[in-house]
Design a binder for this molecule. Structure first.
Ligand SMILES: [Zn+2]
Length: 125
């Protein structure tokens, strides 16, 4: 892992441990402009690239967990992917509201996101 803030490195290690895998390679970069954080997960390479923006740690943490959900599921934006993403937000980002996580995900693939959220809720009982 390169250039990660401490909190992000800890988070990656904890999530990897909890799913019983070695952590992925994570490359951390910074936008030079005031954009939101963005991320990419390269499944074949077991690698995540995060480009940190200037909208604060909540934004960045959501993006990192989103990419970790790709890494865990090995899937694109499927219902299964979203169910796992929402469970990661609930488990590892307790200070970020689920409402903001849903807004974040719904803005991209609203139908799969809503179905994944329903599945995550059903699983929780
Ligand atoms: Zn994604």
């Amino acid at each position: 892992m390169t250039n990660l803030p401490n909190w992000a490195e800890r988070l990656v290690r904890v999530v990897a441990r909890d799913v019983g895998r070695e952590p992925p390679v994570v490359v951390w970069r910074h936008w030079r402009k005031p954009f939101s954080t963005s991320g990419v997960c390269y499944l074949e390479q077991d690698k995540i690239v995060i480009t940190e923006g200037c909208r604060g740690n909540h934004d960045t943490k959501r993006v990192l967990l989103h990419e970790l959900a790709h890494w865990i599921t090995q899937q694109a934006h499927t219902e299964t992917f979203y169910a796992v993403a929402f469970s990661l937000y609930a488990r590892y980002a307790k200070r970020i509201t689920m409402k903001s996580c849903r807004e974040f995900e719904d803005s991209y693939k609203p139908r799969a996101s809503a179905a994944g959220y329903a599945r995550y809720r059903a699983r929780r009982g």
